[in-house]
Structure formats: C-alpha cells, structure tokens
Design a protein around this ligand. Sequence first.
Ligand SMILES: NC(=O)c1ccc[n+]([C@@H]2O[C@H](COP(=O)([O-])OP(=O)(O)OC[C@H]3O[C@@H](n4cnc5c(N)ncnc54)[C@H](O)[C@@H]3O)[C@@H](O)[C@H]2O)c1
Ligand SMILES: [Zn+2]
Length: 363
Amino acid sequence: MRNINIALGRNSYGIIIGVGLLETIGEQLSKLGLNGKAVIVTNPYIKELYGNKLEKLLEGAGFRSCIVTLPDGEEFKSLDQAGELYRRFSECNIERMTPVLALGGGVIGDLAGFVAATYMRGVPLIQLPTTLLAQVDSSIGGKTAVNHGGLKNIIGAFYQPDLVIADISSLATLPPEEVLNGLSEVIKYGVIRDRELFELVETNISRLTGKNRPDFDLLEEVVFRCARIKASFVEQDERDTGIRNLLNLGHTVGHAVETVSDFRIKHGRAVAIGMVAAGNIALRQGIFPEADLARLTQLLSRAGLPEKISGLDVSRIMEATQHDKKVSGGKIRFILPRIIGDAFIADNVELSLVEQVLKDCYE
Ligand SMILES: NC(=O)c1ccc[n+]([C@@H]2O[C@H](COP(=O)([O-])OP(=O)(O)OC[C@H]3O[C@@H](n4cnc5c(N)ncnc54)[C@H](O)[C@@H]3O)[C@@H](O)[C@H]2O)c1
Ligand SMILES: [Zn+2]
C-alpha cells in the first residue's frame, strides 16, 4: 500500500493506493471521524461489480448506508442528474457530516463531487476511483463539474475530497478501451515529469495492456507515481493558474481532435495524437530531441494508441484548437516537452507552426 498526502492547509487529505483497499472502508471512515451514515453514488454496472459489496462492508462496520445510482455515460454528467442526486440525498436523510462515497470513473467522481460540494453547502466527500484514468487523474485535485449547454465541465466547483482510496483490484474488470484511456494519461505524466515512469511503462507495456494484464504490483507503482505528480502540482497550484497547466500536455490538440471527430475518437487516443503534435512542435523549435520523439511515438504505438491519424479536416482542428484559447499576434500557449521527463509552458507558439505540424500528422 502507498500513501500520499496533499498539503492544502485545512483542505489537506490523503490518497491511499493498494490492492483490496475497499475492504478497509469502515476503518478509513472511522479514522476521519465519520460514523453513522454514508451514501454511495455509483452507476448500475459498478454497483453490481463493487457497490453491493461496499454497502455490505459499510453495514458490517456499523454504518447505515444508502446507495444511489445514476445512468452510465458522459451525457449524464448533467445538471438534471445533479438535481436527481439532490432529491435522492434528501430522501436518504443525508446530514451535514454524512460522507458521499463516489464509486466509479471520472463521470461519477465529477458529478458526485459537484453535488457533495453544494448539498448543504458541502458534505464530506470520499473518492473511490475505479478506472485507471480516475485513479491517476480525476479523483485527485478537487475539480468537480457537470456539462451544460453543450459545454464540458462548464458548471462546477473546486472541492477537495477528504480522502481518495484507489483500490487497484478494481482495475481487473476494466475493458481494454478504458485501460487505454488511462494509459495515455500515464504516458503523459512520464513525459512531463517522470522519465523512470515512462521507462517502466516502456519495459512492461504488455503487462499493462496485453493478455498478462492485470499486474497489480505494476499498476500500484504506476498509479502511485502519477498520483504523486498530480498531488505535487495541486499543492503548488490548487486553482490551476500555473504549474498544474502542465497536465494539459497533449490536451490542446487532443480536445480539438475529440470535438472535430464528434467524439468518435476517444479521449485517450486524442491525447496521444495531441502529445505527438506537441512533440513535433517542440522538435521543430529545436527543443525536444528527435530520439525522445521517436521513443514517445513507439511507445504509444506499442500501447495501441494512435500517434497519427488521417482523414480529419486540419482547418477545423485549427479552429477548435484556438477555441477559448488566448491567441495574440498569431501565437498560442502550448505545453511542450523539453525531454521525456520534463515539460514547460510555452507562451508563444506560432500558429503557422502548429498548422504545419497538424498537416504533417493528418494529411
Ligand atoms: N476532475 C478532474 O480533474 C478530471 C480530470 C480528467 C477527467 N475528468 C473527467 O472524467 C471523465 C472521464 O472519466 P473516465 O475515463 O473514468 O470515464 P467514465 O467515468 O465514463 O468510466 C468509463 C467507463 O468505465 C466503466 N467503469 C468504471 N469503472 C469500471 C471498472 N472497475 N470495471 C469495469 N468498468 C468500469 C464506467 O461505467 C464507464 O462505462 C470525464 O467526464 C472527464 O471530464 C475529470
Ligand atoms: Zn485527459
């Protein structure tokens, strides 16, 4: 088991990572001084896999619990479903100190987190991430949100959880496409801050994606290394105005690719393409070594993530890339790799260079 502490003054909290940790839920809640009642928020599929068992564990530890399910899918990360949750919380007689246990991927974490932030002006929140992406990224750092009016994460709050429990065993049931979504972010952490992590993934890629999956010890190490980086960025920059931006490596072009493909290209794949675009931009600026770019593209391709795609309209990707980004004098802000293991915020990347790289990647 690994422990990380996020030091944020009164909002400090722990992240625990290990195999079989959901079994310890009663003990973990007691340590936080929580007792009496707890509410689990999940979806029907995860309820069957882990929710019913969690409910029994809570009851065994002397908690009265209430389990609330929301439909599965990004389209349900909505104000309507938040409203539904408020209604269910009130039926469950949730009180000011009743913890909300968000059991699921990033969709459940973001939505249950937002509702926990606002119900009675804030109730305790425990993140129980069950996807690789949620364990390495979305459960940490306090960003909660719902989508609205066609805009992603447009209504939300910064609300730190009281504890994050990443139970590695839950990754055993993850479908391959979801492993890839998380793995793309894992590789991103390697590129921005942890060359050893990158090498660990390089050496063990088949144990992360192939038939030999899952390797719990390896996954524990991988999740720990990513969570440690995110925790450190969040400590330094809770509100995402500085160093936390580095987590957007691959996401500027990545989001544009997702949008232009009408979300047929999944997040992890789009981020992979975006990382290679950022790598090419940095290479052409004479910053990123060609050998490192080759290692990155090879690793992505061995993982089953695309490093290139064709058939997308570059002018639409350019448009989407500039959408809500500050563009001045034909220049745009980008996260660029310096080497595998170090990235920086580049404020003045020429749009013409971005366009040239995209043409080379997509046409
Ligand atoms: N708050 C943040 O900082 C932050 C950061 C990154 C992403 N996000 C958000 O996270 C969301 C994406 O999260 P995600 O990738 O976890 O997607 P998700 O929550 O939609 O989960 C993906 C799928 O996997 C299923 N699933 C979850 N756990 C499983 C398990 N253990 N076994 C089998 N199936 C399982 C889910 O039911 C779902 O169908 C997006 O809404 C994104 O905006 C938030
Ligand atoms: Zn992402």
